[in-house]
Design a protein around this ligand. Structure first.
Ligand code: CU
Length: 108
């Protein structure tokens, strides 16, 4: 393609070498630049096994790349779902129910 662009990309960045300056952005920006993170509240989780069940079900949803759970035993736990594109809310609700827990809404 246009080899002349290499100079523009590589030499502008004074903080790094050409191989890691493609974005010129903070670490972790490569794949997550277009990623979406949605957060939901799930009630009923009490231990790490609950977290595992919910994580497994949510990870099984098409497009989901990562799930993290902030366990709040006895209350509503905040669940972050990272995906390349927005995930259907109905699919999230179904996955949570499949795991045996209740979707308690969105934290925001
Ligand atoms: Cu449990």
């Amino acid at each position: 393609m246009n080899i002349g662009n290499r100079d523009d990309l590589g030499l502008k960045d004074s903080s790094g070498c050409a191989c890691c300056s493609t974005a010129g952005a903070p670490a972790g920006a490569d794949a997550s630049a277009t990623a979406v993170t949605s957060e939901v509240l799930v009630s009923g989780m009490t231990c790490s096994h609950c977290v595992m069940s919910v994580t497994e079900e949510l990870t099984a949803i098409d497009g989901v790349e990562g799930v993290s759970v902030d366990l709040n035993a006895g209350g509503a736990s905040r669940v972050s779902i990272r995906s390349a594109a927005p995930i259907d809310a109905a699919a999230v609700a179904a996955a949570v129910q499949e795991a045996g827990y209740t979707l308690a809404g969105s934290p925001s």
